[in-house]
Ligand binder design. Structure first.
Ligand SMILES: [Zn+2]
Ligand SMILES: [Zn+2]
Length: 304
C-alpha cells in the first residue's frame, strides 16, 4: 500500500492541525519547512529512478528486512544531497551549537561517513551513533540519530516507491519494517477503497503499520502489539481523548509500549502520516502519564 506523501498533502495536514488545535500552530510552523523539503526531495529521487535493492524472498520469509546487509553505497550521492538540503532546516528546528554543526555538515558530506551512519541505523548499531556524537560534539546521541533519520528518510522512501507492488506481496508478520527494519511510528486503519467510477468497493479498515524511517506501510494483525506480538485482549488497551475515537493510543501492558493509531476511514482528505503526528502530541503526553513508552521514540514524543 502506498502512502500519501507529497508536499501538498504535508502542507494541508499541517494546516488542518493548526485549524483544529491552535495550540499546535507554533510546532506545526516550526516543522513545516523540514517536512515540505523532505517531500520535495523524495519526489526528486523517485523521478530519477535510480538503483534499487534486490528483494530476496528467501530472506524476507525468515524475517530479514530487504536492506539488512545490503551495501548502501549506491545511494551515497542521494544521501549527501539530502543532507545538504535538509541540514539548514534541521538547524532551525534543533538550534544546536554552531561549531558542532559545522563539523557535522563536513562529516555528512563524506561518502564513507554518511553510508556508515545509514548502515548503523539499519543494523540498530546505537554504539556507532554514541561514538560519533561524542566525536562531533552533537549530544545527546539521539539528536544525531534524529538528524540521520531525517536525512535518510527521503532516500529510503524513494526506494520503497521504486520497489512498488512486490513489497505488498511479501509474506511478513513482523512488527518491524520489511524494508529497513525500523519500528512503526503510527498505525492506520486503511481508508475506504474507491474504484475508477468513484464507487465504493471495500470498507477499508485493514490495519497497516507505518514505518518511522522509510515510510513503508505494511499489513499487520489488527489485534496484536507491534512491539512484542502480544495478542491477549486482557493485557492490551485502547485509549482516546475527548470522544475523538479515530485517533487513539494502542497500549500493551505486557511490554509497556504504545503505538498511536489513526482510522483513515474517518479522514477526508487523507493526512500525511508523518506530519499528522504533530497534532497528536496530547496522546503521547497521556500515554507517558500512564507510564507507557513509545514504540518509536522521536523528537516530539520523547518527553524526558
Ligand atoms: Zn522501513
Ligand atoms: Zn507489547
Amino acid at each position: 500500500m502506498k502512502s500519501v506523501f507529497d508536499q501538498k498533502t504535508v502542507a494541508a495536514t499541517l494546516d488542518t492541525i493548526k485549524h483544529r488545535v491552535p495550540a499546535y500552530a507554533e510546532l506545526a510552523d516550526k516543522f513545516r519547512p523540514l517536512f515540505v523539503e523532505q517531500a520535495r526531495l523524495r519526489g526528486e529521487f523517485v523521478a530519477e529512478e535510480g538503483a534499487l535493492p534486490p528483494i530476496d524472498t528467501a530472506r524476507t520469509n525468515q524475517g530479514v528486512p530487504v536492506l539488512v546487509d545490503v551495501d548502501l553505497s549506491p545511494w551515497a550521492g542521494n544521501m549527501k544531497r539530502s543532507a545538504a538540503c535538509l541540514l539548514p532546516q534541521l538547524f532551525d528546528v534543533l538550534k544546536p551549537d554552531e561549531e558542532a554543526w559545522r563539523k557535522l555538515e563536513a562529516f555528512l558530506d563524506d561518502t564513507d561517513n554518511i553510508v556508515g551512519l545509514a548502515q548503523a541505523r539499519i543494523e540498530g548499531n546505537w554504539k556507532h551513533f554514541e561514538d560519533t556524537s561524542v566525536q562531533l560534539g552533537i549530544t545527546p546521541y539521539t539528536t544525531l540519530l534524529y538528524v540521520a533519520e531525517t536525512v535518510l528518510s527521503p532516500v529510503l522512501r524513494a526506494l520503497v516507491e521504486g520497489l512498488g507492488e512486490p513489497l505488498s506481496k511479501l509474506g511478513w508478520d513482523e512488527g518491524y519494517c520489511p524494508v529497513c527494519g525500523a519500528t512503526p511510528s503510527i498505525a492506520q486503519l486503511s481508508p475506504k477503497e474507491i474504484t475508477e467510477l468513484d464507487q465504493l468497493v471495500g470498507g477499508g479498515g485493514k490495519k497497516f503499520l507505518h514505518c518511522s524511517l522509510c515510510g513503508h506501510d505494511w499489513r499487520y494483525k489488527r489485534n496484536a502489539c507491534p512491539a512484542c506480538g502480544n495478542d491477549d485482549n486482557d493485557s492490551r488497551e485502547v485509549f482516546y481523548i475527548d470522544d475523538v475515537k479515530f485517533e487513539r493510543i494502542e497500549a500493551c501492558h505486557k511490554c509497556g509500549k504504545y503505538c498511536l493509531s489513526i482510522d483513515m476511514r474517518e479522514c477526508d482528505p487523507l493526512p500525511d502520516l508523518d506530519a499528522v503526528q504533530i497534532g497528536l502530541i496530547h496522546l503521547d503526553i497521556f500515554a507517558r502519564e500512564h507510564d507507557l513508552i513509545p514504540i518509536s521514540p522521536t523528537i516530539w514524543n520523547n518527553l524526558d
